[in-house]
Design a protein around this ligand. Structure first.
Ligand code: ADP
Ligand code: ASP
Ligand code: MG
Length: 423
């Protein structure tokens, strides 16, 4: 008997018919004798709608209350799915994140999971029930509900799979697996049979919203085999696993691993291309060129829980320089408020921003051993007349900030440059 965590995203539970489809799928799995834990997201676009609703009430919603609001979406799904299953004659129980023993830190709206005590989940599984857990939420140290950042149901699923030592964590979504690029933007994109945690982590961090980046961090740390697949068909999707899959922890999931191993191919130099529109560029001009300045700027942003991505510092001129960096667009307003205080303190000239930018990234573990990948990308973008605003690289990623209206074109060019198309 296997223990499986099955996660269904918003589009998979968008209406009554889809919820019934999920109920059937989950029940079929339970019929096979497996223990089943289900994690669900809020139906359809409910989380976006709730955010809009809050913005209609105030331009600056209180973070604790925002979490109180957003967490309701997932509760709609768990209750409806549990009803649907019970009505079909199987026993199920819905649990909120706190009831499932998911504990989070103080960072409202993007809290981290601090620990999982899945006592109630295990108790209900023992009774033979299908356990349905609300994704995207946990209990913070103040005993308030906290949400885990956009896409956080992926994190709930993977972390629960780790805590329960599940044989596999299946992520059911509206595409057939992980593709070489978002298939909605690059129709030539190809589904891959498997991808390493490292490459998936970079792709997710670069904006491929198919998996939340933090869920992959947890998956990698605890070696949770993650199978991303379609909610609507039975075919195999993509396994996210260690580069060297033969040393995987899973033993009971052997059947699936074998089939993936047979169908799998060696990971390419570049395994995928990602686009992130949630980007804004900020420039602090004429900042004094002395030790401690960068620490002050980025320390203040870190204290405000704002993540900074690319950073460029210009060469000094007459004792000053410019610092440019990117933040997510959602954080821009907060970042500008913090930076205005820092600017005044440092006596820098100005703080300016540009939100009409996007980041295009290529990712692949094979880049480690293949020089010249970045150069090929820059050359292709240049031939298409696309200007690069900022560049950052890691061992397995090259990212370029470009004007937003060039971004999709840049993505298709990158995809073609590394011949990632369908054969
Ligand atoms: P869910 O609601 O199931 O969590 P998401 O909308 O969060 O689904 O993620 C699925 C979407 O991710 C797909 O519809 C697709 O447009 C997008 N996507 C972006 N990059 C990729 C990629 N490399 N492979 C597959 N899907 C991707
Ligand atoms: N409902 C949340 C969101 O839209 C969490 C999730 O779907 O994973 O971000
Ligand atoms: Mg998602």
């Amino acid at each position: 008997m296997s223990l499986v965590v099955m996660k269904f995203g918003g589009s998979s539970v968008a209406d009554a018919d889809r919820i019934k489809n999920v109920a059937n799928r989950v029940m079929a799995r339970r019929h096979r004798g497996d223990k089943v834990v289900v994690v669900v997201s809020a139906p359809g676009d409910m989380t976006d709608d709730l955010i809009e609703l809050a913005k209609g009430v105030t331009s600056d919603p209180d973070a604790r209350e925002m979490d109180m609001l957003l967490a309701t979406g997932e509760q709609v799904s768990i209750a409806l799915l549990s009803m649907a299953i019970k009505n079909r004659g199987m026993d199920a129980v819905s649990l909120t994140g706190p009831q499932a023993g998911i504990y989070a830190d103080w960072t409202h709206t993007k809290a981290r999971i601090t620990k999982i005590r899945p006592v109630a989940v295990q108790r209900e599984l023992k009774k033979g029930r299908i356990v349905i857990v609300a994704g995207f939420q946990g209990l913070n140290p103040g005993r308030d509900i906290a949400t885990l950042g956009r896409g956080g149901s992926d994190l709930t699923a993977v972390a629960l799979a780790a805590a329960l030592k599940a044989d596999v964590c299946e992520i059911f979504t509206d595409v057939k697996g992980i593709y070489t690029a978002d298939p909605r933007i690059v129709p030539e994109a190809r589904k891959v049979d498997r991808i390493s945690y490292d490459a998936m982590l970079e792709l997710a961090g670069a904006g491929a919203q198919v998996m939340q980046a933090r869920s992959i961090e947890v998956g990698k740390k605890y070696e949770v085999p993650i199978h991303v697949r379609s909610s609507f068909t039975d075919e195999n999707g993509t396994m996210i696993m260690r580069e060297d899959s033969s040393t995987m922890r899973s033993t009971k999931g052997k059947k699936m691993n074998d089939s993936i191993r047979n169908g799998g191919t060696e990971e390419a130099v570049v395994s995928g291309v990602a686009l992130d529109r949630n980007q804004a560029k900020v420039t602090l001009a004429d900042v004094p060129d002395r030790p401690g300045v960068a620490a002050e700027v980025f320390g203040a942003l870190a204290d405000g829980a704002i993540n900074v991505d690319m950073i460029i510092q210009s060469a000094p001129r007459e004792g000053v320089n410019d610092i440019s960096f990117t933040v997510s667009r959602d954080d821009l307003k907060k970042a500008l408020a913090i930076l205005e205080r820092v600017r005044a303190h440092l006596k820098a000239r100005s703080v300016t921003s540009d939100s009409a930018v996007a980041k295009v990234s290529i990712v692949g573990v094979g880049m480690r051993s293949h020089p010249g990948v970045a150069a090929s990308l820059f050359k292709s973008l240049a031939s298409a007349g696309i200007n690069i605003d900022m560049i950052s690289t890691s061992e397995i990623k090259v990212a370029c900030v470009v004007k937003e209206n060039n971004a999709e074109k840049a993505m298709r060019i990158a995809h073609k440059t590394f011949t990632l198309e369908k054969k």
